[in-house]
Design a protein around this ligand. Structure first.
Ligand SMILES: *[C@@H]1O[C@H](CO)[C@@H](O)[C@H](O)[C@H]1NC(C)=O
Ligand SMILES: *[C@@H]1O[C@H](CO)[C@@H](O)[C@H](O)[C@H]1NC(C)=O
Length: 361
């Protein structure tokens, strides 16, 4: 069975082939001792390739090739070997490196002990409208809800299953807050900067309801401070070089962003960290800027042209889900996070912290 054909390297007596990857099942049927025959020929454009030599090996042997410690094989041409007594070989093939890499799933990481740190950021800028007025996006209806609260519930109730302590840091941005009445772009929803944790999703909801009458909605709408805030924790956690903690920042906003360029930079920086950003847009605004951040028009780049290392932003307009069951919103909102988590750890080469035990027969 033919497993792989390397590309022809022309006019070179000492060719160096590029690395390739092939599923283990295709390569050797999953059995490391399956004999693998390697044939090396001189390419002829008319198709009559001349055999240089062959050797046989198996994956057990090939795996001994690690970076900086190649494994060498003599290429033997059987005809030449028969003809000439002094024949040694027709060249040596050196395998520079051979690795078996496992593809892990989101569940492998979560079961392996990866914690999801879920942080919520809420837009308290003036463009939302006065919370006391029924037109405001922050207006809490007589039955106790608004789009901000529904978004927190829908997303939070799914995410909290992956978070063992169920303590969620929650922040607001864009309001004037007491006692100084300065505009803040990252204030703890419970007014406790040293301990911004809310107990469960209910805790976030309670803190939101309590803080609303105590602050003045203002502006501008800056996203970058809260993204950078979470990114600092993500950067610190990444220093451990294990798949122990992944950060998900949920930003709920009316979409009228002021600091687009700083936010682009913040996202590009965060794309190198164990972090994803979900933006839920409430209200009827034009969400072009949010779609841009989502990378809908190609890879997001910073103002200086640096591209994001990977896609970490998912934007969802709430209005599309107004009449849908709540699960529909959470499903769409969280669709990308598992892929983003796996892609980050794969890029880093970090396996789950604990692997499921392989049962011995
Ligand atoms: C695997 O291949 C090596 C040569 O590359 C050989 O020495 C060894 O006996 C082979 N192992 C098995 C189980 O066939
Ligand atoms: C989770 O991230 C937030 C920042 O968004 C931070 O305040 C909190 O300490 C983190 N929690 C853990 C357990 O690292």
């Amino acid at each position: 069975m033919l497993v792989w054909v390397l590309t022809v390297i022309k006019n070179n007596l000492s060719p160096c082939w590029r690395r390739f990857s092939v599923p283990l099942q295709t390569f050797c049927g999953g059995d490391l001792d399956t004999p693998i025959k390697v044939k090396c020929s001189d390419h002829d454009s008319d198709g009559s390739h001349d055999l240089i030599g062959v050797f046989e090996t198996n994956l057990t042997q090939l795996q001994k090739a690690l970076d900086g410690c190649p494994v060498e094989f003599e290429c033997i041409n059987p005809e030449k070997k028969q003809k000439k007594k002094s024949y040694k070989n027709s060249g040596v093939i050196s395998i520079k490196s051979c690795k078996i890499e496992t593809d892990y799933s989101f569940l492998d990481y979560v079961m392996g002990g990866c914690q999801i740190n879920f942080t919520v950021g809420i837009d308290f800028t003036g463009s939302n409208g006065d919370p006391k007025s029924p037109d405001s996006l922050h207006y809490i209806s007589p039955d106790g809800i608004n789009e901000y609260l529904i978004a927190i519930w829908s997303v939070g109730s799914v995410v909290q299953d992956y978070d063992t302590d169920k303590l969620f840091p929650a922040f607001g941005f864009g309001a004037q807050v007491p006692p100084s009445w300065q505009v803040s772009h990252e204030f703890a929803l419970n007014f406790n900067p040293n301990n911004p944790y809310c107990q469960g999703i209910q805790g976030i909801v309670d803190a939101y309801r309590q803080i609303l009458p105590q602050i003045r909605l203002y502006g501008p709408t800056n996203f970058s401070p809260i993204i950078n805030h979470v990114a600092r924790f993500a950067a610190h956690s990444a220093q451990q070089r294990t798949a122990s903690q992944y950060f998900v920042l949920l930003i709920i906003t009316d979409g009228e962003i002021t600091d687009l360029d700083q936010t682009r930079q913040a996202i590009v920086n965060a794309s190198k960290l164990p972090m994803s950003i979900i933006i839920v847009g409430v209200g009827e605004a034009d969400f072009k800027a949010m779609e841009f951040l989502d990378g809908d028009s190609g890879v997001l780049k910073s103002l200086t042209g640096e591209p994001a290392a990977r896609d970490i932003v998912q934007f969802v307009p709430f209005r599309q889900f107004r009449n849908a069951p709540r699960e529909a919103l959470s499903q769409v909102v969280l669709a990308e996070v598992p892929k983003q988590l796996v892609s980050y750890y794969k890029l880093q080469g970090w396996p789950p912290m604990k692997l499921p035990e392989i049962k011995k027969m």
